[in-house]
Design a protein around this ligand. Structure first.
Ligand SMILES: CC(C)(COP(=O)(O)OP(=O)(O)OC[C@H]1O[C@@H](n2cnc3c(N)ncnc32)[C@H](O)[C@@H]1OP(=O)(O)O)[C@@H](O)C(=O)NCCC(=O)NCCS
Length: 142
């Protein structure tokens, strides 16, 4: 089941399962107060979290802030499916950035058609690492 208005608590619980630097419920509550921010939560019928996607949509441009799949559900195509759902929604550009060392995510992004557009040197902390920026656009507009 894909929910597009999940509670901040449910998002925080899913986030904690996916990320070492988890965003808490207060952070999600603040994000959900921004009308341009969307949070998608994919759950099993019993409510167990499978995956989440957090993004900001301004006009027909989207910035993906967070995509995560809980460890027991990885390599089943869920992240690819979420990004393909987003791409099917008719946006003109999708942007995101990721730690340079996150090989799994970078391979995922390339697989669904994102192209690398640049780097921000030493952008991340703990540990310090470059951010690699990616962009996707529908074929007709690239
Ligand atoms: C990155 C992440 C979202 C991928 O989710 P997923 O549902 O397992 O990915 P998918 O099953 O849709 O994989 C699609 C493709 O991505 C690539 N990929 C995904 N996980 C990979 C891994 N561990 N190693 C190498 N390639 C990987 C592969 O090309 C894969 O296609 P394939 O299975 O046909 O080889 C997941 O590993 C995760 O939540 N990681 C922690 C959070 C994170 O780093 N998020 C991204 C930054 S916000």
């Amino acid at each position: 089941m894909l929910g597009t208005a999940p509670s901040p608590e449910a998002l925080a619980a899913a986030d904690a399962a996916c990320f070492p630097d988890a965003w808490d419920a207060a952070h999600y509550r603040a994000l959900c107060g921004n009308r341009s921010v969307e949070t998608w939560l994919l759950q099993q019928p019993d409510g167990a979290a499978v995956a989440l996607l957090c993004l900001q949509r301004v006009g027909d441009e989207v910035e993906v802030y967070r995509i995560g799949v809980v460890p027991g559900q990885r390599r089943r195509g869920w992240a690819q499916w979420l990004l393909q759902c987003l791409q099917a929604q008719g946006c003109r550009r999708v942007w995101l950035e990721v730690r340079a060392g996150n090989a799994a995510a970078r391979r995922l992004y390339r697989q669904v058609g994102f192209v690398e557009t640049g780097r921000r040197r030493a952008y991340y902390r703990d540990p310090v690492e470059d951010a690699v920026r990616y962009r996707w656009a529908p074929a007709a507009t690239t």
